[in-house]
Design a protein. Structure first.
Length: 214
């Protein structure tokens, strides 16, 4: 052991201290940490993406910004005064972002009067909420009669996003499926006007619904 320590001191003296791993540098992007954690939980790094459970998943699936894959479609249904719940770094254009990560002074959903919005848009957020059915009911309560709910959610076929994935278990509370989400939307007083059960190129699916007139 003494020889090993002496050798390490000699190497440091000759070539300097070893380089600091990127994820240990001050203010490093969170993505560096995620990649280390993914490798530690059974994800294999391959050219252009990841291999998990024998399937390939492209890098763009881990970069965020899922909204950009559905923005064109969503804009055909979402106009006027609306909310983007779980907006993150990419809020829906023109919408009021509702996201606790914006800080304590940000607008909260409870600040929004019922039946006051033309639409509620949400991308890759409902899967993070354990009491998702209750949350969905509250979201819909903010929409006026005839207004629109637009949900974009991770598809159950994408195992890098499933709750059963050890890496994702700390982020996702449940696994949305098209049938369960559509049933809940109808049960909470809406009718489906558009949907794609997917998976699309973002390994996601969408549901658009109109709040029924009472």
């Amino acid at each position: 052991m003494k020889i090993k320590r002496k050798l390490k001191r000699f190497v440091r003296k000759m070539i300097g201290d070893p380089p600091i791993p990127l994820e240990e540098m001050p203010d490093c992007p969170g993505l560096f940490h995620y990649y280390r954690q993914m490798i530690a939980t059974g994800h294999k790094r391959v050219p252009g993406g990841w291999e998990y459970n024998g399937r390939f998943y492209a890098d763009y699936l881990t970069m965020g910004g899922a909204i950009f894959f559905i923005l064109g479609k969503a804009k055909t249904y979402c106009s006027g005064k609306g909310l983007d719940i779980g907006a993150g770094m990419w809020p829906f254009p023109g919408a009021m972002p509702i996201d606790s990560s914006y800080g304590p002074d940000s607008v909260k959903l409870s600040d929004i009067p019922k039946s006051s919005c033309d639409y509620v848009f949400s991308s890759h957020t409902l899967e993070h909420i354990e009491n998702w059915d209750e949350a969905l009911s509250e979201w819909i309560s903010k929409i006026r009669d005839g207004g629109t709910l637009f949900l974009y959610l991770p598809h159950p076929d994408c195992w890098v996003w499933r709750k059963e994935n050890p890496f994702m278990a700390k982020f996702h509370a449940w696994v949305p499926t098209p049938s369960v989400v559509k049933e809940a939307v109808v049960r909470h007083g809406c009718h489906i006007i558009d949907h794609y059960d997917g998976p699309d190129v973002m390994y996601s699916f969408h549901v658009a619904a109109s709040k029924n007139h009472r």
